[in-house]
Design a binder for this molecule. Sequence first.
Ligand SMILES: [Zn+2]
Length: 266
Amino acid sequence: MAFDTHFVSLEPVARMSTARHLVMPIKRLIAAARTLNARIWRPARNATGAAPDSAACNVCGFVAIDGHPRLCPGCGTNERQRSFKQLFSQKLDREVFGRGPLPDALLLSPGTVERSLLFPKFRHHVVSSLHQTYHKVGRFVRADVRDLAPFANGSFDYVQACNVLDYVPEMQRAIEAVHRVIRANGVFVLLIPEYNLAKGDAPIAVSLRASVTGNYWPDQTSVPRVRVGRQTLAAMLKQSGFEPEEVRLTEPLSGLHCTWWICRRK
Ligand SMILES: [Zn+2]
């Protein structure tokens, strides 16, 4: 396989270097300073006292009066994390979690907003990633989404992969692996960013680029970027045994569109 250089075998969790021990607290300080700054400089509300929802961050409340920032100056979230909060409030909280917490979940490389909203919705959850390392997230298992080998068939009621599959040239294999570990009637929620979604039945197109998401890639100069047609993705999901529902949202602060798929396993 052309991209098997990215296929890293399972290895022990959490080997954090001294440098990262220093970097993590610094990042937290920067995030706290940003939040404080946003509180001080947040523009006055309009005459009715209501914040203009059209440009408000649904995580920290920051309101942009000039332009539509992709990264919130208040909390540092990107549009995908804020869009997940929209999806959660508008659909998942009622349609998926309406009857109370689900027993078991697998969260693939989840962001901060995903973690804070989803963790209380499961009795047990596992966080997993191939290259990224997570701390203080409960159980963490390093796994490759192309086989999810550490997990037995039918282990989970819910799997989430936001901005994950568009790094996987073997996307169909990954979807089949998720299908294998989900129980009947379980739910798979995924997002592929708009810039990696093509129109219609465009086939999967793979290119390589420098990392845009972090320094955890084995080769930061050569990270796969996978684009796929919307219909092609829906067809792959159906072929693997899911019933996909496509949900298109516009994220208020950035004004950007985000497309989610909520997929029931047959
Ligand atoms: Zn914010």
